[in-house]
Write a protein that binds this ligand. Sequence first.
Ligand SMILES: NC(=O)C1=CN([C@@H]2O[C@H](COP(=O)(O)OP(=O)(O)OC[C@H]3O[C@@H](n4cnc5c(N)ncnc54)[C@H](O)[C@@H]3O)[C@@H](O)[C@H]2O)C=CC1
Ligand SMILES: CC(C)CC(=O)C(=O)O
Ligand SMILES: [Mg+2]
Length: 405
Amino acid sequence: MTAALQTNIRPVKVPATFRVVNKQSLAPFRVRCAVTSPGKKRYNITLLPGDGIGPEVVSIAKNVLQQAGSLEGVEFSFREMPIGGAALDLVGVPLPEETISAAKESDALLLGAIGGYKWDNNEKHLKPETGLLQIRAALKVFANLRPATVLPQLVDASTLKREVAEGVDLMVVRELTGGIYFGEPRGIKTNENGEEVGFNTEVYAAHEIDRIARVAFETARKRRGKLCSVDKANVLEASILWRKRVTALASEYPDVELSHMYVDNAAMQLVRDPKQFDTIVTNNIFGDILSDEASMITGSIGMLPSASLSDSGPGIFEPIHGSAPDIAGQDKANPLATILSAAMLLKYGLGEEKAAKRIEDAVLVALNNGFRTGDIYSAGTKLVGCKEMGEEVLKSVESQVPASV
Ligand SMILES: NC(=O)C1=CN([C@@H]2O[C@H](COP(=O)(O)OP(=O)(O)OC[C@H]3O[C@@H](n4cnc5c(N)ncnc54)[C@H](O)[C@@H]3O)[C@@H](O)[C@H]2O)C=CC1
Ligand SMILES: CC(C)CC(=O)C(=O)O
Ligand SMILES: [Mg+2]
């Protein structure tokens, strides 16, 4: 993030928040309070459709979110704002001030994806990806939860053998606002031999490691009690500190079994025996890569949602995939990752667990009914486009009896 942008960002206005988990739990799990009127709750949601398949999947997820909410007495005010290439085309920057302001004033953000061939050769500060990194920094969403679950309906869509994929249920806790994506110094310069040199810095302060490690320990505690910290401590100083701090915190979580793994081994183990993992905690770049890898165990990158959370203030909820320019505008995108991100928005962002469960159940019903987009298609199922898959999920939300949490 540029210094110029930093100075333009106003401090986050923090509305009333409350904790959803026990007292030892962490601020990143705080949820937003709704403005209430008798029998109704209302939240302000900023929609950031972005580029490529982003607008296609966000418009579907918005309808599903609205419907699931209304069945649970929750109303939303949506405000759509530009980010990424769409913002560059509109106003010449990838993250306009107006988008930052709207984001900070809202209760949660639902983001599609950014990027595309058109902007690939832009200067760094004018790339869509810079806008995404800037909004993560502006909202201080340091904790990125990326669940990868192999649904029974999709075992055959996995690229791994049934016996390897079946039953996989893991959570990648990725540090999102530090590390090499943000580290200074960075740049491209000419060295004394007249040769161009590109350089970046992997840097983590102790407090950045501690806060993401705490989120991970808390997450593991609520799952199966196993935490694997992934680093490259055999080579990188930033990883040596990472391992030291994570190890030191383990004594506060005696009920969590901590292990450490080098990232190259972790990449291999994820496809060899993914069921060995419960919760994985790792840095920004390793988490980015390993979660894409983990997505294929579940059948497709089009299935994986995420939640990006801060100490206070709104979270960003988005699929882990990108803008998929190769299939954009063709009604081929799988909207389920974004729909499930809307469920995470309800659960982690707003504490509306019943409405979240409605969405999760509706996705399962649509899959049970045999509907598949191309990326998760297998013989004997019904091939549908992005819109039809969205309609099927919407129908399932509407037809469900109130779900128990
Ligand atoms: N969070 C974000 O907004 C991200 C943006 N990007 C950007 O997206 C653009 C494309 O990047 P890629 O590396 O190609 O990654 P990508 O995730 O957009 O696509 C990788 C492959 O997965 C497929 N795919 C992705 N999402 C899908 C979905 N929902 N349904 C069906 N198939 C899907 C695509 O068609 C493509 O073949 C780049 O500009 C990149 O910088 C990449 C990753 C994350
Ligand atoms: C496009 C990058 C900035 C980020 C990314 O790939 C991700 O967060 O998954
Ligand atoms: Mg990525």
